[in-house]
Design a protein around this ligand. Structure first.
Ligand code: ZN
Length: 259
């Protein structure tokens, strides 16, 4: 009955109009931040491995910022998981293959980043299958993970994802890093430090609760291919500097094996 009540709450929020839409998203995000939450069916978040951290990056690939991020990850000898927007990936196939060759995992983040709480079954199916086919064609291997844009999903979304061989994945450490898009380098450094501090607090909280951290940062932006992600990339570098000595960075695939 819990599912029914939540669906009703969402429907009420949607019916109340656009001004409540942010609230509906906040509701999803709040729910998603509880590692035990399994609303609308099973979704993977983070296992009971308190010393592990998975860096995940959404909304790329981004021709300007993703290559810089790849350099930073390589310097730290860390592999990450990238949830790609299909329509961006097909424009940058060599970059996607470069990510794969460096040992990073690639996940499906839909074709055009719609909110799957609002899309019909047909559009949902097209968004997922087209992205899946294109990514698998670029990579030459199966794509195993799906992150719904905004964390929004319906039972149909999750059932469809599983039928495509995808494990739906959420997160338990995220800040609004996508808002830090100022062109001023000093502001970007300040924003990056603030993002890293907030994520550090969430990583520590997850560890106290006995869970790994599944961190979302953004190397891309769903509304523009070359979104400025200086602050997000710098925040990732700060987290790597801070945590590589004491924690283990893993890809989501490592957690799937533990499941
Ligand atoms: Zn996204």
């Amino acid at each position: 009955m819990e599912h029914l009540a939540l669906n009703t709450a969402l429907a009420t929020a949607l019916a109340a109009g656009a001004s409540v839409a942010t609230g509906a998203l906040g509701f999803y995000c709040y729910a998603a931040q509880s590692p035990a939450s399994q609303l609308f069916g099973r979704t993977a978040i983070a296992p009971r491995q308190p010393n592990q951290i998975a860096l995940t990056f959404d909304d790329g690939p981004n021709p300007r910022w993703t290559p810089m991020l790849l350099d930073i990850l390589a310097r730290h000898n860390v592999r990450a998981t990238f949830f790609l927007i299909g329509k961006y990936a097909v424009l940058q196939k060599p970059l996607v293959r470069e990510m794969q060759a460096a040992g990073h995992r690639i996940g499906n983040h839909s074709w055009s980043h719609p909110n799957f709480a609002w899309t019909g079954n047909r559009q949902t199916r097209e968004e997922l299958t087209r992205t899946q086919q294109e990514l698998e064609s670029i990579l030459g291997q199966p794509v195993r993970f799906f992150r719904p844009p905004y964390g929004a999903r319906r039972p149909y979304t999750l059932g469809l994802a599983r039928s495509l061989g995808l494990t739906p994945v959420l997160w338990n450490a995220m800040t609004a890093d996508w808002n830090a898009a100022s062109g001023d380098p000093a502001t970007q450094r300040k924003d990056a430090a603030a993002i890293a501090e907030r994520l550090t607090a969430l990583i520590d909280r997850n560890q106290r609760r006995g869970f790994a951290s599944n961190i979302v940062l953004h190397d891309g932006g769903h509304s523009t291919l070359e979104a400025n992600r200086a602050a997000s990339i710098t925040a990732a570098a700060l987290l790597l500097d801070r945590f590589t000595p004491t924690r283990q960075f893993v890809t989501l695939e490592a957690w799937e094996r533990q499941a």
